[in-house]
Design a protein around this ligand. Structure first.
Ligand code: ATP
Ligand code: MG
Length: 591
């Protein structure tokens, strides 16, 4: 086994210095200096096609493809398809799509572990010939029992001393389908007393009578991941085989196979996997959410899958930026979900056009505005981007405003509409509330009767009169109805994996993770909005038309993210009450 080398990570000394290298870059630069791999950098992203990719995988994709880019190397996409029971072409296709969407290109280097089954089989035969592997006929239960435990040495299998001839014969017959599942396994002959359980004669081949999604029924024996993975890396001449920290104790085994077979030897490097607050990132748990119907599918916009984030409206740029910001470390930690949302807000702030949309409409009639008059008012599309230009907003006698922008009996610091109060309508005029109309039965306010000041067109008063609040609106005659889906964290506790005894992680699901508003009104420019376009509903958040459910005539918008973090100030164990989400933002902007 090669000695463990420790590398020193450079520190940033001052602001003008180039950012410090992450520890993997430090290793690569060291290797490039010493000529360990002749200056080559060859990485790979090795998903198992047994589920959809999630944001954690994005970290690994950005790292592997990013290193190849940085050092003029190459990154392969290799499917580690060694578990035919759980794998499927559906997953292969979605994974390819996701990697491409993130903006990476494996060019012609798309590989599958199953492409190497014949070579892997030959490697197993070589191990048998070298006396380094044997066919074991213990049952799975007996193997477990012989293996011992952390404080208990293992015992040798009674089949450990079979001759190479006998092993070769049995292994050939295993391949030919002579035996039932579980009758025999091929095991590496390493050390049943090793403190590292991975070295206690691990299984390298097992019999599975399962049709493989690529090789069909050609094989009934399948290699184990630990055996296949390093040898595939070796066959692809990978230089730096980057994997997550839990494989650290597998590295001696990774190295053992390569050393015994005397083949090209990549360097395995482990990094800390991404964990995010309010999120689960285990494929098993994500599958169970889909199967139990807690979400509408893998692409439910609340899922941390790349298809989910993508449908929600995340941009690949924001995800790549997030992966860059969180860096790469050697110790496990949990990243705040706000980091991901902040990367997104920063990206959307630059690119999203501002529009007016009213989520919970309250009708306003401007009594002194001529009945048949319509004005076109100029509205700026994006104050962050002069090139985005401006558009015309129709204004007329009847409008809708946000229900929460009116209070009959407002508290002291409420600067929006109230009886007798005046506010500014964004891009339009000052508006004063004169009286209210109530529902006869419920007494609820259903309409505001207002007046406007024609001298305040554009939003300022020639007499210097100031108003504190600016609210958004749409023209009742011109607006377009829409459904709006307000998505929030899928879980209400920062660590959803932590559960009370007798519960499972679904006990931590956030009951308010989706609120559907069916009676919203958006400005007319959105009537045929392209779902690829992200917009900011002023004062409310970032939105996009749902790429699956929205169409002209029946608009459906997804909230991508609120304008600012609404969870930060809340008690860490309590979800916000529905409807409370953007209050802070509204207040601030209304001033
Ligand atoms: P499981 O352990 O549930 O089978 P996995 O998430 O490890 O799934 P793989 O398909 O084996 O799934 O992962 C492909 C690559 O992505 C691996 O190199 C793995 O280490 C990396 N990866 C997986 N999850 C994360 C994560 N949360 N953070 C960073 N990298 C990850
Ligand atoms: Mg894995």
């Amino acid at each position: 086994m090669p000695p463990r080398i420790s590398y020193k990570v450079q520190n940033m000394t001052d602001e003008t210095a180039t950012p410090a290298l992450n520890f993997v870059q430090t290793i690569i630069e060291h290797d490039n200096q010493t000529g360990k791999f002749e200056g080559r950098v060859q990485t790979r992203f090795p998903p198992e096609p047994n589920g959809y990719l999630h944001i954690g995988h994005a970290k690994s994709i950005c790292l592997n493809f990013g290193l190849a880019e940085r050092y003029n190397g190459q990154c392969n996409l290799r499917f580690d398809d060694t578990n035919p029971e759980k794998e499927d072409v559906e997953y292969v296709d979605s994974i390819k799509d996701d990697v491409r969407w993130l903006g990476f290109d494996w060019q012609e280097r798309l590989f599958f572990a199953s492409d190497y089954y014949e070579q892997l089989h030959d490697f197993a035969v070589q191990l048998i010939e070298k006396g380094k592997a044997y066919v074991c006929s213990l049952s799975a239960e007996e193997v477990r029992e012989h293996r011992g435990g952390w404080n208990k040495e293992g015992r040798n299998s009674p089949y450990r001393e079979r001759t190479a001839e006998e092993n070769l014969d049995l292994f050939r017959r295993m391949r030919e389908g002579e035996f039932d599942e579980g009758a025999h396994t091929l095991r590496a002959k390493i050390d049943m007393a090793s403190p590292n359980m991975n070295l206690r004669d691990p299984t390298i081949y097992r019999i599975r009578r399962v049709t493989h999604h690529r090789t069909g029924d050609t094989w009934c024996i399948y290699p184990m991941y630990d055996f296949a993975h390093g040898l595939c890396d070796s066959l692809e001449k990978v230089t730096h085989s980057i994997c997550t920290l839990e494989f650290e104790h597998h590295r001696p085994l990774y190295d053992w196979f390569l050393d015994q077979l005397e083949v090209y030897h990549p360097q395995q490097i482990e990094f800390a996997r991404l964990n995010l607050t309010y999120t689960v990132l285990s494929k098993r748990k994500l599958i169970s959410l889909v199967q139990a119907g807690h979400v509408s599918g893998w692409d439910d916009p609340r899922m941390p899958t790349l298809v989910g984030l993508r449908r929600r409206g995340y941009t690949p740029e924001a995800i790549r930026d997030f992966c860059e910001r969180i860096g790469v470390a050697k110790f496990n930690s949990t990243i705040e979900t706000t980091w991901l949302e902040d990367a997104l807000r920063q990206d959307l702030n630059r690119r999203a056009c501002r529009v007016l949309a009213v989520l919970r409409p309250l009708k306003v009639v401007i009594e002194n505005y001529p009945e048949d008059q319509v004005e076109q008012l100029e509205a700026i599309n994006n104050p962050e981007d002069a090139a985005a230009g401006s558009r015309q907003l129709p204004f007329s006698r009847e409008l809708y405003i946000e229900r929460s922008d009116f209070m009959e009996d407002p508290p002291k610091k409420y600067f929006r509409l109230a009886p007798g109060r005046e506010v500014r309508l964004r891009y339009a005029y000052y508006l004063k509330c004169e009286s209210v109309v109530r529902d006869e039965q419920s007494g609820e306010v259903i309409e505001l009767r207002c007046t406007y000041d024609p001298a305040t067109r554009g939003g300022s008063s020639p007499d210097g009169r100031k108003v504190k609040g600016t609210i958004h609106w749409v023209s009742a005659a011109h607006c377009v109805p829409a459904e709006v889906r307000l998505y929030d964290h899928l879980f209400q506790t920062p660590d959803p994996n932590k559960v009370e005894e007798g519960q499972d992680f679904t006990a931590n699901l956030n009951p308010h993770s989706l609120e559907v508003l069916t009676d919203c009104r958006v400005e007319p420019s959105l009537s045929d909005v392209d779902p690829e376009q992200r917009v900011q509903f002023e004062r409310t958040g970032y939105f996009r038309a749902d790429p699956i459910d929205s169409r002209p005539g029946k608009l459906v918008f997804n909230r991508i993210v609120t304008l600012r973090d609404t969870w930060a100030k809340l008690s860490r164990n309590k979800a916000p009450k529905a409807g409370n989400k953007s209050k802070g933002g509204q207040k601030k902007q209304a001033k």
